[in-house]
Design a protein. Sequence first.
Length: 456
Amino acid sequence: MLPLPERAILDRLALDNPWWRGAPDPELAGLPKRAFFDGFLRRLERTGPERPLVLIGPRRVGKTVLVRQAIARLIEDGAPPRSLLYADLTAPVVHGVPLERLARGLRAAAGLEGPGVLVLDGVHNVRGWEAEVAVLAAALPDLRVVAVASGAAQRVAGAFVLPPLTFAEYLRLTGAERDLVEPMVFGKGPPMYVVRDMAALNERFGHYINGGGFPEAVLLRPGRDSARLLRGEVLGALLHQDLPGLAGIAGTAELNALFTLLARNTGREVSIEVLAERAGLAKNTVRRHLDYLEASYLILRMGRVHPAGDRFQRMRTFKVHLAAPCLYAALFGPVAPDDPAFAALTESAIVGQWLASAERTRLAYARLPEGPVDLVALDAVTDRPAWVCVLSGSDEATINGMIQFAKRNAPLRWVGSTTRTVASLKAHDGVEVWHRPASQYCYEVGRRAVEDALKN
């Protein structure tokens, strides 16, 4: 049997670089940009010694489109087209080819002698890619290496996270943002957002929770089944195909069963012991699967703090949230606003807006005899509670626990509670609480997440 010659490999890779031939990129026709585009482009354009830029996020959120849109922008701004190298590592012809050999061959095929950008798309298909990409960047320092992955063996420090669609992005892609939300700027402070039609915004929020987390599902042609797409393209690849094996997980049936259990309990407090018992798995297996699901940006785990505001030294329980609540509908069917599960999905939808924000690791929750505190934000310097919020989709949320927590940890910058329709500022037992609709708050948090990405 004849081996595949290197020329054939490079000819195949050249097909994915149409800009070398002066041709437009067919992958970008008519596709809108994610709100995170400018933040990613800013990171890409940084000069000087820099570790590899890692772009990571779940499947089907638009990572490939984002990097190819960035390449198009660089060319528009004057970058030589042949200084921009793109390799699709899902292509069978590159399977097993060392990354450095691939990079040098691609560079030679483009005729690139000076500095440039190398995009390694689908790098998660390379076992141990984190270390190999770092070695590659050190060996070829004049190439800005961009690694695009749908998951990692562990959290990648400094990675640029492209999350599922924020609620604000969903409104923009569906053409509803301008009609429903109006920004108001007062002085030099951050903008406030006035809702023009709360009933319509709540209706859109319900659509977002049931099917609005992934661009392809939102932009589907009429008649296509978004739930089927999410089950097949998002969950199927991450739970059933080769990605779990690359992360050292052999039992994908066990992984799927555990994820289904976690999805059913999104927004709720769980423990390793209870999960192991319910799933019929060893506790170490559950821990390994949880690490994979979180590193693949399918779930978020949130730790608990003591009523006095301190972190627990040993975390026995934690809250689990779906990174995109629409995955719940993909598994179990759509949820109506009056369904008991809708409140938990509302909470997960709001928490998920922080997925790409540095604040995410400083979010916790608390549990008091008087009631829960769904969100406790810890100060980046003191690690003490900075603000708190109860997340509810009801106009009659229980806030007694939050009031007691606020008193024990005063002063706090902000105390809030989400509702379905009510917006007000009220004093409760001496504590001022900002009440605002959950859909409006979800929109605002998503907008701030994008702003954070622009700053970093």
